[in-house]
Design a protein. Sequence first.
Length: 580
Amino acid sequence: MSQARRATTAVAGLLAGLLLAGCVSLPTEGPVVDADVAGADSPHRASDIDARPPTEGASPAEVVSEFLDAMTAWPQQINVAKRFLTEEAAASWNPELATVVYADAPLSVRETGNAVRVDLPAADGLDRAGAWRGPLPPADRAMTLHLSIERGEYRIADPMDALVVPASWFQQRYRQVSLYFFDPIAQILVPEPVFVPQGEQLATNLVAGLLDGPPPRARGVVRSFLPSGLSVGLSVPVDDKGVANVDLVGDAPRLTAEEAELMFAQLAWTLRQAPGIAALRVTIGGEDVPVPGGASQYPVDGGGAFDPAGTRGTTLAGLSKGRLVLGRPGDLSFSTGPFGVAGADLDAVALRPDAEVVAAVDTGGDRVRTVEVGADPDDPVRTVVTGGDFARPTWDVAGRLWVLDRREGNARVLILEAGRVREVRVPGLTGRAAKAIVVSRDGTRVVGVVTTAAGDQVVGARVLINGRGRVARARSPFVVRPAEDAAIADLAWSGPNRIALLSSSSPSSFHEVDVVAADGATVGVDGLSTILSGRVVGLAGAPVSSSLVYAVYGDRYVDLVAQEEYDAGSLTLTQLDFAG
């Protein structure tokens, strides 16, 4: 089982990078509240932490240590933490600009004159939106603070603009959620993972996060139909019927019916993560926003036409004896088309999200072909590309087919788009020993497995799609999971922002399934890790909120979340996966 990376403190290099990335702000009801009375109306809970004021006569090192402790106050407030700063620093300090999560280990605090340096061996950063930014570079794993004497006491003159907290504190009090935006052509919703504090203000934080716009890494990748320049009111109250009243404050142009529908879809998919919400109403500047269809409220399960998993996302496709099998869980049978006949000799298949077209790699891996699911056995099939070493393909909802050509450790990524095949350079995958990829249904995220000297590594990259709906380029890669000794045999989506990995050190007897965050987050995420006995041939997963993932055996397939088992009947499965 992989060990979660732990985090340390922040430094100027990290924070400068976060600021240059164009961070957006968390709501005042969220992780940092500049008020002594935050949470004063709530009964004291076991998880509450009272911030302690500065100790009289404390040394510079003691002031810095107490300042770090004060940032862990819960419910969150920063007035006590400000008391460790000079008056000038307290007036300008803005811990909302970033979050740094450091390891639960004794702090290394070194005092030199009026300066204090804090060092730890590991650290991870989040931007202002709460999006995961990954581990800090080794050179940036330090925080040097200078102190001055005010009223006879040492006070910090140059605090970093960040909330700096230990990993265990963060793990217990924050959760990763998805803010839903749209792809550039408003065809499908795109989940963007961010961390928000748990508690009664979840709905308010979710709406405020949408209003702030896409996180920095997603800018240019997704778009929002919530008007700019608005803010959420004091809160998003939910009445006794489960209706959330979203009161947006500010001036905004009147929305068209189409824009309103897209805005409601974003809000509904985002707010359905908050318990107890069944529907929502929206006002802008005190005026009701008409609900599509003339209803009085918009159901939180609305917006199905923009489902991030695709409208047919739970249809299954696989292989038995080199032939295509199709169906629903518990009901698989050979396809009646060209790929389902005896002698089809297929090595891998992928069903388009609309379940209307299937792509197949021939035995030997040197040819990729496509055919309509409803085709007759003797209908012609289309050859897409030949002459490579092709892994299992993957589709997105725009009908783009993504194919990895492994090419003896010099991989390339090909896409079939608008009837033409072309290569797309994906940093982190192109030119490396990549052996498998999956692409999100929205087409904006690609995740792949790369073999390195240290073992198999999982990397990801965001994809830019232009206004015509064509793939433009992929951005810089990031590590989803560092290299580990056990080889990764398969990967699949398991939830909107989770990836399931199948690995084994003994392929005939034991396998391990780990579910990791697709953005690489290692703290504050819920994952699945389980050991499986027997010969597992692969995984089947879907990006649905229920975290659907199956372990596939030759004679059966098992839902690892619901613990339900499906018999494959007379089939001998060598592959199975959901549409996409």
